[in-house]
Write a protein that binds this ligand. Structure first.
Ligand code: RM4
Ligand code: MN
Length: 387
């Protein structure tokens, strides 16, 4: 098996994008608890995200959500990000909080409402030009609650037409990233429920359309690493939204519920050439409901780094040989050897050797940043989900 020094370059190249909404107060449909120092505007969210990068070196960019992160000047926001040592990343559209979208957005039967949803994406593309963002990520709440409520085929046709109009607006270097989710807020059917539907939709749009795999958006028991393999094989895995789930779309800290699943996913990413490949963006999509948000994000990127390190330790040559020989138990043991390797002490040393804190959680706690924002940001209540 390799050791960490053999994979140092791959670790150094890793970049994980943070969601601006992770820094605002968020919650379930029950109580939204507040956190001291919560950002009052997108500038403060970017500052908080920059803390994660400062202490880990892993998170150089921040995804924005529109309209949550609308500002008067995107060049000012981009400049602020640069001053803080990070940059602005993916732009996420939002067609799930407007009264008009009760029965759908880009799939709506009413041309006025469907056009409004398409126009929102055009606005997002304008913002991408101002921020220098490459990716437009689209997750839709569209779907129905009752059998017979609407014509499934008609909705799929309107979805295709709307996405094509949005796609045709993209600049040469921009991408449309379509995210699927099998249920919620619609419960009978969603219009983009699974990777196959997302794949069929993006494949007919053109080469700049790819799929986002949100790890929380599958039915229990789904073999997510198989989907990773398949999308990579077709050249359509555009990005990950990492988080973890026990029961539904829990949006908990990635790797918390099932670290082995995260390992298996990243193993397939490595196997398929998707690691540190700009075509496959690593992002978090999480909400910190009860834990403090900045340390929650630090923990998250470290979890991804730890499972990446373990996946890189897999002895690929030995694995290939065991697989070719049909040696089931040896092949399984080779994978498990890497998974069970505790990479944490090695990663602490590796960080220290690169001028980063050996223990990013402790370094953030000692920095006084949390105490400072808690005192300074009076009046910050909600920013992000539920804003
Ligand atoms: C959705 C989806 C999107 C995210 C929103 C906040 O469930 O996962 O990626 O933008 O939540
Ligand atoms: Mn997501």
């Amino acid at each position: 098996m390799a050791n960490l020094s053999d994979v140092s370059d791959a670790l150094a190249a890793q970049a994980i994008e943070l969601p601006s909404w992770a820094f605002g107060n968020s919650g379930t449909r029950f109580r939204v608890f507040t956190t001291p120092g919560v950002p009052r505007n997108p500038f403060e969210k970017v500052s908080d995200a920059a803390q994660v990068h400062k202490h880990t070196g892993l998170a150089p960019s921040v995804a924005l959500h529109i309209p949550w992160d609308k500002v008067d000047s995107y060049s000012d926001l981009a400049k602020h990000a640069e001053d803080e040592g990070v940059r602005l990343g993916t732009i996420n559209s939002n067609t799930f909080q407007d009264e008009d979208y009760k029965l759908g957005s880009v799939t709506h039967r009413d041309d006025r409402i469907r056009q409004k949803a398409i126009d929102h994406h055009f606005e997002c593309i304008d913002i991408m030009h101002a921020t220098g963002s490459r990716d437009l990520k689209i997750w839709l709440a569209d779907g129905t609650n009752y059998p017979g409520q609407d014509d499934l085929r008609g909705r799929q046709d309107r979805l295709q037409d709307s996405l094509q109009q949005i796609y045709d607006r993209l600049g040469d270097d921009q991408r449309l990233v379509l995210e699927y989710k099998f249920f919620e807020p619609a419960f009978y059917h969603t219009d983009v429920p699974d990777w196959g539907t997302a794949y069929a939709q993006v494949a007919s749009l053109g080469p700049k359309a790819v799929v986002c795999l949100d790890t929380g958006h599958h039915a229990p028991g789904t073999n997510i690493e198989f989907i990773v393999m398949q999308l990579l094989r077709h050249g359509r895995l555009g990005s990950f939204d990492f988080n973890s789930r026990f029961y539904a779309d829990d949006d908990l800290i990635v790797g918390a519920a099932d670290p082995f699943q995260l390992f298996r996913i990243i193993h397939e990413v490595v196997r398929g050439g998707g690691l540190n490949n700009p075509d496959v963006a690593f992002m978090l999509d999480q909400c910190h409901n009860i834990e403090n948000k900045i340390p929650g994000q630090i923990r998250s990127v470290l979890n991804v780094q730890e499972m990446t390190a373990r996946a890189l330790l897999v002895d690929r040559a030995a694995l290939d040989a065991a697989q070719a020989a049909g040696d089931v138990l040896a092949a399984n043991a080779i994978l498990m050897d890497a998974f069970y390797t505790d990479v944490r002490p090695g990663l602490a040393e590796w960080r220290a050797s690169r001028g980063l804190p050996a223990d990013p959680m402790a370094a953030f706690a000692a920095s006084g940043y949390f105490e400072r924002i808690s005192a300074d940001r009076v009046g910050g209540t909600q920013a992000g989900w539920g804003a």
